[in-house]
Design a protein around this ligand. Structure first.
Ligand code: NAD
Length: 260
């Protein structure tokens, strides 16, 4: 479905980003992975995905909190693939604290990685998309781009910012064949969330199932995690011709959370 296309997926060494990268590669799209982690493990992920799908899979370790590194990653992808057709802004971090105790460094990092990097990456990738008159931009925001929860001030702010950016970019390029949308997941089963289950079970003296149902998924009416392959499938669809009139929207994939 995406044969001949080339994509960058930020924060794709694990979790949702990796799920989207796998779905793109399986759909025939060359992909540039990005993110942190053990160098040998990243190389294994990269080479296995390339061998399994037959597309080109590259890796760039740019730190999304550094605007010049974001631009450098886009430049490297353009020179390696000859173009960047698809940009998925997915890298993100979380920190939970009451606002009056929130560490300033954590606030700055969340805003830089979850929000500002989207702006810098779009700015760098858009000229090439405009030149070829085709592009797909997907910002992985969150249900927290649409509604709030306490103690997540920086995260909720960054994700609402990503949703606002999505609408603005969509309007700016509306007369081209470029679309810009956001995906807003509820709780997704990623290594990050798996870790939280064990921590919370210990902290509350609860079973894993109780933590999943009554703590983590308290706001998610369907009471199950979103899986990364569901997000991969949606991202592939948003990049298809069938989705060419879908732009400027933020699509909840949250089991009914934001229907409250
Ligand atoms: P994850 O921790 O599994 O993956 C995050 C990725 O971002 C990793 O590849 C990590 O190396 C990378 N990353 C972190 N800081 C970076 C930096 N400075 N520069 C480059 N890469 C960096 O997390 P995930 O759950 O897969 O989250 C991915 C995105 O989805 C995030 O934006 C997150 O806010 C969003 N999201 C997650 C959930 C969830 O329940 N897991 C729900 C809604 C939204």
């Amino acid at each position: 479905m995406l044969k001949g296309k080339a994509a960058i997926i930020t924060g794709s060494t694990s979790g949702i980003g990796l799920g989207i990268a796998e779905a793109f590669a399986e759909a025939g799209c060359d992909v540039m992975l990005n993110g942190f982690g053990d160098a040998a493990e990243i190389e294994t992920t990269r080479s296995e995905l390339e061998a399994k799908t037959g597309v080109k899979v590259l890796y760039n370790g740019a730190d999304m909190s550094k605007p010049e590194s974001v631009a450098g990653m886009v430049k490297e992808a353009e020179s390696a693939f000859g173009k960047v057709d698809i940009l998925v802004n997915n890298a993100g971090i979380q920190f939970v604290s009451p606002i009056d105790e929130f560490p300033e460094g954590k606030y700055d990092a969340i805003i830089a990685i979850n929000m500002s990097s989207n702006w810098h990456a779009i700015k760098a990738a858009l000229p090439g998309m405009k030149k070829r008159n085709w592009g797909r931009i997907i910002n992985v925001a969150s249900a927290h781009g649409l509604v709030a929860s306490p103690f997540k001030s920086a995260y909720v702010m960054s994700k609402h910012g990503a949703v606002g950016l999505t609408k603005t970019v969509a309007m700016e390029v509306a007369e081209t064949n470029i679309t810009c949308n956001a995906i807003c997941p509820g709780y997704v089963r990623t290594p990050l969330v798996e870790g939280q289950i064990d921590d919370q079970a210990k902290a509350h003296g609860m079973s894993r199932d109780e933590v999943i149902r009554d703590v983590l998924l308290a706001s998610q009416p369907n009471k199950r995690f979103v899986e990364t392959d569901e997000l991969g499938a949606l991202a592939v669809f948003l990049c298809s011709d069938g989705a060419k009139s879908i732009t400027g929207v933020s699509i909840p994939v949250d089991g009914g959370w934001t229907a409250h």
